[in-house]
Design a binder for this molecule. Structure first.
Ligand SMILES: Cc1cc2nc3c(=O)[nH]c(=O)nc-3n(C[C@H](O)[C@H](O)[C@H](O)COP(=O)(O)O)c2cc1C
Length: 285
């Protein structure tokens, strides 16, 4: 049995979820980063797993573009979506509906869909405690979810009223990001010209010419450049400068609760997610 593991990641969280899944899959796995030019032949696989971060209540555009390029499979293939995002609000549920329709056209059928909390790469920075706790819970849940999937216990995509319309409207983020990305600016007093941002950009949107950084019109808003900058030198993120998250999360073990920067943001939602998930992990330990 073979499985294809397809992923897009901005700041690494989705890749972490992929690695956790891979550890638990009893198949030979081929990994596809949608930003690389590696073509997938669906006929080579019995299972397809897809990992992505939710962007503006949708799947990122590179995931959709990759799926659209796949040839139609001769046989029906089972697919699992393992998405992650900064909060667990039900508005995020519709994010995979369009992706699932694109996959269906290729004879790839989404059987199960799972949603994990991972720390925000944008909007605000979680504490190290929250990042560690989210990562640990995701790791534990992925193990159980894969076991359920292998036992044919499927979890269909959760729906809500007007979910398709909601996700469709917010797909404006795909184009808005490209426009906004042109307004990114770097503080040259802080910048050490390590060129990490230029090298890391998944879509090669950042150029350094004539001693100046130039931001093109392809930005995915993935925040990799911003989060990885060793000097926190980004002084403008266009319209979203106040949503900057830097530096990267380390995911090191932090056992002590730290005062959250945004203690009331989605508080109940986070508490519910942790309570239900940690109880499930404990029960199955
Ligand atoms: C442009 C952008 C839009 C986002 N939109 C959402 C969203 O609609 N809902 C949400 O819960 N999290 C949202 N997030 C947070 C990410 O889904 C989350 O931080 C994710 O773990 C990042 O994964 P990555 O490290 O693989 O890029 C957004 C992040 C970015 C950069």
């Amino acid at each position: 049995m073979r499985a294809a593991l397809i992923y897009f990641t901005g700041t690494g969280n989705s890749k972490r979820t992929l690695d956790y899944a891979k550890e638990n899959l009893p198949f030979e796995c081929d990994v596809y980063n949608v930003m690389e030019d590696k073509m997938l032949n669906p006929n080579d696989y019995e299972h397809i797993f897809i990992f992505y971060p939710i962007y503006g209540f949708n799947a990122p555009k590179p995931i959709i573009d990759f799926v659209k390029k796949i040839n139609k499979s001769d046989k029906q293939i089972n697919c699992v979506i393992m998405k992650n995002s900064g909060e667990h609000l039900f508005w995020n549920n519709g994010s995979s509906l369009y992706l699932a329709s694109c996959l269906k056209r290729k004879n790839i059928i989404v059987r199960s869909e799972y949603h994990y909390l991972m720390p925000y790469s944008f909007i605000f920075r979680h504490t190290d405690y929250m990042a560690y706790r989210m990562d640990t819970v995701a790791k534990g849940l992925i193990k159980l979810d894969i076991k359920d999937y292998l036992d044919n216990k499927y979890v269909p995509i959760k729906r809500f009223f007007l979910d398709r319309a909601f996700a469709f409207i917010l797909r404006i983020q795909w184009w808005g990001g490209r426009f906004n990305g042109r307004f990114y600016k770097i503080d040259m007093n802080k910048c050490i010209k390590c060129m990490k941002c230029v090298k890391d950009c998944p879509i090669h949107n950042i150029k350094f010419e004539n001693d100046k950084f130039k931001f093109g019109g392809q930005c995915l808003m993935c925040q990799r450049c911003v989060q990885n900058c060793p000097k926190d030198a980004f002084k403008s993120l266009g319209f979203f400068t106040s949503w900057k998250v830097n530096p990267r999360y380390t995911f090191i073990e932090v056992s002590e609760y730290q005062k959250e920067k945004k203690p009331n943001y989605c508080k109940k939602n986070y508490q519910k997610y942790f309570a239900v998930s940690e109880a499930r992990i404990k029960e199955n330990a």
